[in-house]
Design a binder for this molecule. Sequence first.
Ligand code: XMP
Length: 514
Amino acid sequence: TVLVVDFGAQYAQLIARRVRECQVYSEIVPSTMSVAEMLAKNPKAIILSGGPASVYAEGAPAAPAGLFETGVPTLGICYGHQVMARALGGTVENSDVAEYGGTTVSVLAPGTLLAGLPATQAVWMSHRDHTSAAPAGFTVTARTDVIPVAAMEDAERGLYGVQFHPEVLHTEHGMDVLRHFLYDAAGCRPGWTMVNIAEEAIEAVRARVGETGRAICGLSGGVDSAVAAALVQRAIGDRLTCVFVDHGLLRKGEAEQVEKDFVAATGVDLVVVDAADRFLAELAGVTDPETKRKIIGREFIRAFESAARDIVAEREGPVEFLVQGTLYPDVVESGGGTGAANIKSHHNVGGLPEDLQFGLVEPLRTLFKDEVRALGEQLGLPAEIVWRHPFPGPGLAIRIIGAVDRDRLAILREADAIAREELTAAGLDRDIWQFPVVLLADVRSVGVQGDGRTYGHPVVLRPVTSEDAMTADWARLPYDVLQKISTRITNEVREINRVVVDVTSKPPGTIEWE
Ligand code: XMP
């Protein structure tokens, strides 16, 4: 394990992912963790992340006491580099000139981290403070025109610091620097591969569920719950039952995908609950977004709970476990706790039925989304499932602005299917994070189609790029793709006579319209 100590950087997760790309397992820990707790995790190396604070600011997070005396090879990045310098007797200064963005470092002495790399390199920086003098015992290995200590190391003590961000792609040789630290300085070996990850995860599920235990899993149609279910199915076979609640708010072909493709690929025991009538009856006439969400969340729990009760009643033994597709970013963001307490209310099954006492099985809780996709491929799931864009639990209900009914759902379903088809045809699926199509059901505008006047509805195309849905940018889809989508939607979906594109980033807009 490599520990990434989080000093409040937006980069801690990125660092952890990059370490894993070097095929070394990494975990994020808070900077408030004691060194004893860190050492209990038996780390091969420690990386200190960047952070927004100035080391001199009041309340700035400090290095845990004794961190630099553990003998565990340690790399400080940006703020972590300054923390290291300051703690060991170097000098950190506030510069007149900040460095944000791309700059060039000059190598003074390659040392371990910069061995074999060019004498000048493009790196990415984001700092105002900088280390002006390295602590005694350190060799300064690189500088820039602005700062004298862009990189330093004390190989004897296994301590390394870089002011630039090796985890950022704009740093030309960032991955080389990380590999040098992990492999050469810390002696890590690349063993964290998908084959191993899958095998270990399957073993862990077997150990948790035991020889006879039973589990259920709510499928949302999304990649996370699908991969979690496929993995648990590998581990315990038909002792897993999956429940898929079809709430009638899905996109074209989605229910079929879960019912046919997923079962074909995994052989999983699947119970489909057709709850569309009930959901639509409850949603009738409701226009307020939060009310829609609450109704859907409530009905979801109800449907899932009753299916779970049936399954519990039918099986010879009790069903002790509930499988969830919780991912590592959720775990980190909710404080990195180990317990089962932190389930988001909108997570796959829409919240846990409290009176059903299940142990949780969360086989993906150490993985990032891209790793889950790779794992899904490793487990033989079809590309349509593995590379599916995220889709919200409340489904098309929050993409119809206005009340939801069957006719409106049918209109949106057609328009959405066309947009998705054309995106796929253009080969852009993997460049886009998500591509909501939104029906402005209460808005009408005048158009002309054929020789006649029309008075139809607009749809909004909302293609976005994102890393994690926390922030997003509107995707610059090629004009010819937009044009094709627009022409097809207005030709093929009678009720729609206008197609518009949403060019708002998040913030200020959210990805979904409701
Ligand atoms: P927003 O609209 O807040 O969405 O920018 C961020 C991401 O979350 C998805 N989303 C949901 N997912 N249940 C879900 O499972 C929900 O209630 C929900 N609301 C939004 C959205 O599609 C985007 O990926």
